[in-house]
Design a protein around this ligand. Structure first.
Ligand code: GLU
Length: 483
């Protein structure tokens, strides 16, 4: 049994950010690769940010992508509870310990007082920072004020001098000057711990061996290291994952596109493509390969923290689209239909006709990258009206031979019973022979008249789906409206 234990520790704010998916995935891959345990811990100590249903939504999203937790609020292990709001007594005990040891202290400064302090610092051209006004406040006086019911917070007594070193698997040795660190609040006036304290206490108690999280937490890490040292606990290994960037290299933001995993689910991305794409945001399998398509098992096999990059990872949506299209084209027909069904239904296709849907799915799959592309791709199958908008397609019908081909075609199908793929091919051969029209001059007008575009889905499949009546109606419409 491995000692590797990693955790994903989200604050449940309502949706799963694509960056959180990346963090969770890397933790999951690392745990699976090393036969370790992957823990979900809900960090809900900020009562102002709680959102109804956020935890259920989180599980729904992770179930969908196929990332499973070995210990969580849903399947508690021995070291729970796995939700911080249920661990308040535990934190209180550790805060008291720090205060008794002189490593933390109560601070009675009011929010107004602190605001005034900050404004004065800014006016003096200094960076705003807690000035330590209660750092050396006598313990007996503090105890009296607490007893009398006065509001207070508890702050960490950060050393005034020296430096704190963070050894990070991704970033190497990062040195912080203690004089730049605030006396961080560790217990708030509402009795809840802050992230810093709760996170460190829980990582220790839950025996977390590796803290793998986004780079935005690196500036907090020296405070965590100080806490570990004050408690006399061994440090976990830290690994801070590179930032996710928009294509202009600014920090990935909602303003430039979707950041919620749910948005990608709704737009018709597959779980496999999303996982594959996200896995490559900050990690690569190494120099010896340029493999880009990975199954989850292959990712587990190849993943290593050593191959996580330092530099920010650009979230390239066109690459995600391409990758999703690749997954769609490789899906087996049943899975494809399952995946496309909601989008077919939304587009107005009768999904109770499974055979028809299967055919439509196969017909459109070469030209869709996401579920959202389905509506446009199936338009031709729903419409009874032939509407040709493409200029190139209209040009094709202007050729003299186009009229001959379509009239002959119409003539021929009027005498047959059913029009299927083989009858269709036969008819085309006959027209070629009789009229001596071949290649694009023969095929393109038929394609345009039936699919309204020059580069539509595979013609025999469309014919199969349409049947004789719709084909002749479209050919007639092409002759009447466009020739
Ligand atoms: N609760 C933090 C978050 O929302 C956890 C950060 C960490 O992994 O330490 O991301």
């Amino acid at each position: 049994m491995s000692d590797i234990r990693v955790r994903f520790a989200p604050s449940p704010t309502g949706f799963v950010h694509i960056g959180s998916l990346r963090t969770a995935l890397y933790n999951f891959l690392f745990a699976r690769k090393h036969n370790g345990k992957f823990i979900l811990r809900i960090e809900d100590t900020d009562q102002n940010r709680l959102v109804e249903g956020a935890i259920e939504n989180l599980f729904r999203t992770f179930d969908w992508v196929g990332i499973h937790f070995d210990e969580s609020t849903r399947n508690e292990g021995d070291l729970g509870p796995y939700q911080q709001s249920k661990r308040l007594d535990i934190y209180k005990k550790y805060v008291d310990q720090l205060v008794n040891d002189g490593k933390a202290y109560p601070c009675f400064a009011t929010p107004d007082e602190l605001e005034e302090m900050r404004q004065q610092q800014v006016a003096r051209g200094e960076d705003p920072k807690y000035d330590g006004r209660y750092r050396d406040y006598p313990a007996d006086k503090a105890a009296d004020r607490i007893k009398s019911g006065e509001t207070y917070v508890v702050r960490l007594k950060v050393p005034l001098e020296g430096e704190t070193i963070v050894n990070d698997v991704v970033r190497g040795t990062v040195t912080f000057q203690n004089s730049n660190l605030d006396d961080q609040v560790i217990l708030k006036s509402d009795g809840f711990p802050t992230y810093h304290l709760a996170n460190v206490v829980d990582d220790y108690l839950m025996k977390v061996s590796h803290v793998i999280r986004g780079e935005e937490w690196l500036p907090s890490t020296p405070k965590h290291v100080i806490l570990y040292n004050y408690f006399g606990w061994p440090l976990p290994q830290f690994a801070h994952l590179p930032l996710l960037l928009n294509s202009d290299r600014s920090k990935l933001s909602k303003r430039q596109g979707d950041v919620a995993v749910e948005d990608y689910i709704n737009k018709g991305y597959t779980a496999e493509a999303l996982i594959n794409f996200v896995s490559l945001l900050g990690w690569s399998p190494g120099d010896s390969t340029n493999q880009e398509i990975f199954t989850m098992d292959e990712l587990i096999d190849s993943f290593s923290l050593e191959n996580v990059n330092k530099s920010g990872a650009v979230f390239d949506t066109s690459k995600l689209e391409w990758m999703n299209g690749t997954y769609i084209r490789n899906m087996d027909p049943d899975k494809l239909l399952n995946f496309l069904n909601p989008f077919l239904e939304k587009a107005g296709i009768d999904i109770t006709d499974k055979e028809m849907c299967q055919k439509i799915a196969m017909a459109i799959r070469p030209r869709i990258n996401t579920g959202n592309d389905v509506a446009a791709a199936v338009k031709i199958f729903i419409s009874e009206e032939l509407e040709i908008a493409e200029q190139e397609a209209l040009e094709i019908l202007k050729e003299e031979s186009a009229k001959v081909v379509l009239e002959t075609f119409l003539d021929k199908i009027s005498t047959i019973g059913t029009l299927d793929q083989s009858v269709f091919k036969e008819i085309m051969k006959e027209i070629q022979k009789e009229k001596n029209i071949k290649g694009p001059f023969l095929w393109k007008p038929v394609r345009v008249a039936i699919t309204a575009t020059e580069s539509g889905p595979d013609l025999p499949i469309v014919i199969d789906i349409f049947g004789k009546d719709k084909v002749s109606s479209f050919i007639k419409q092409a002759l009447n409206k466009y020739i």
